[in-house]
Write a protein that binds this ligand. Structure first.
Ligand SMILES: NC(=O)c1ccc[n+]([C@@H]2O[C@H](COP(=O)([O-])OP(=O)(O)OC[C@H]3O[C@@H](n4cnc5c(N)ncnc54)[C@H](OP(=O)(O)O)[C@@H]3O)[C@@H](O)[C@H]2O)c1
Length: 327
């Protein structure tokens, strides 16, 4: 065994998706701000692989696909992993490409940036379509176009049938939007990746996805602590603090373990080696029922409201419409 492979002693469990493929029960988030340069991020991701992460989350809009691709190549070169098949790699279709005919070219571009032949999971990033060619974030309100859920999903299914992605799924979809998609789907979504943490527990969506066999993945599992889009409602929560200290766990570990016990898969971002290690030490201890009940008392608030996709003359006229009332 190469030396580097001895470094990871954390065995991360896996869940089996409805596609039959296995997904490690914690993922590494690659979106941060400010972002380190590509080479530096690639080296951080190699560190994460040495520590034991095998599941990596990126997206066309993050600008991190290239760094992840370089990290995969480096990790194979130095013997941290033997082959790309040991990894689970997710990327996402951005809103400007959410049109039937643009999906396959977008996936091919993503694979080109990653330097890979296939993804493990390709997600529709938002149930939103923005005019092709518009700026990826600073688009005008009249560039937000109606989202054709069936047409876009059909193209996702074609990507899967071509073998370019092992599983396909969704991100930021509500129960209503998933139900509509399921009316015509021939391949059900394997995953819905959404904001989920102790401060936004998704009490409607989590049981719905469970019933439909769709795996929930949790973005901002720590409330994006310290980020401009984040909240301190998780990492400065007094209930979490009271639970963590006597257990000899950190608040982050309690927050992540809570997601695991909900059946969710946290996608957690840390570019700091110590915190990376901490964030996967989740699987040889548990929260008691009493502790889970206390976490239920935490006040609930969605942090990411998706304001950018809402406009009085657009397809979503209010945040209520975007989230189908679940805000
Ligand atoms: N699908 C979507 O629409 C969507 C939206 C947002 C995010 N995501 C994905 O989800 C990933 C995670 O979400 P996120 O980045 O918003 O938030 P997050 O993982 O909840 O929080 C990240 C922040 O917490 C800090 N942190 C990490 N571990 C810590 C620990 N043990 N103790 C204290 N602080 C800690 C990090 O700082 P350090 O790096 O300094 O440790 C970073 O500032 C993203 O990177 C991205 O891949 C997806």
């Amino acid at each position: 065994m190469p030396d580097k492979m001895k470094n990871f002693d954390e065995k991360i469990p896996e869940v089996v998706l409805n596609s039959g493929h296995k997904m490690p029960a914690v993922g590494f988030g690659s979106a941060g701000y400010p972002m380190p340069p590509t080479e530096q991020l690639a080296s951080i991701i190699v560190d994460a692989m040495e520590i034991g992460y095998r599941h990596f989350d990126t997206a066309a809009c993050y600008g991190t696909e290239e760094a992840l691709g370089k990290a995969v190549a480096k990790a194979i070169e130095i013997g941290v992993i033997k082959s790309r098949d040991e990894l689970f790699i997710t990327s996402k279709l951005w809103c400007t490409e959410a049109d039937h005919d643009l999906v396959l070219p977008a996936l091919k571009q993503t694979l080109g940036k990653l330097g890979l032949e296939y993804l493990d999971l390709f997600l529709i990033h938002w149930p939103v379509r923005v005019k092709h060619g518009a700026h990826k974030f600073n688009f005008a309100k009249d560039e937000i176009l109606p989202f054709d859920v069936h047409g876009t999903w059909k193209a996702m299914e074609e990507c899967s049938k071509l073998g370019l992605t092992k599983s396909i799924g969704l991100s930021n979809f509500t129960c209503e939007k998933i139900s509509k998609l399921l009316e015509n789907a021939t391949i059900p979504p394997a995953v819905n990746q959404v904001e989920l943490n102790v401060g936004w527990q998704q009490r409607k969506l989590v049981p719905f996805c469970k019933e439909k066999g769709i795996q929930i993945c949790a973005w901002s599992p720590l409330g994006a602590y310290g980020n401009f889009w984040g909240t301190n409602a998780v990492m400065e929560n007094p209930i979490l603090q009271e639970i963590a200290a006597p257990k000899g766990k950190t608040m982050a570990q309690v927050a992540l373990r809570w997601i695991h016990q909900q059946g969710g898969i946290p996608i957690v971002k840390s570019f700091n080696k110590e915190r990376m290690k901490q964030n996967i030490q989740l699987f040889d201890w548990e929260l008691t029922q009493e502790e889970m009940d206390r976490i239920l008392q935490i006040p609930q608030q969605r942090v990411c409201k998706g304001e950018a996709y809402v406009h009085p003359t657009g397809p979503y006229k209010s945040e209520e419409e975007l989230w189908d009332g679940d805000i």
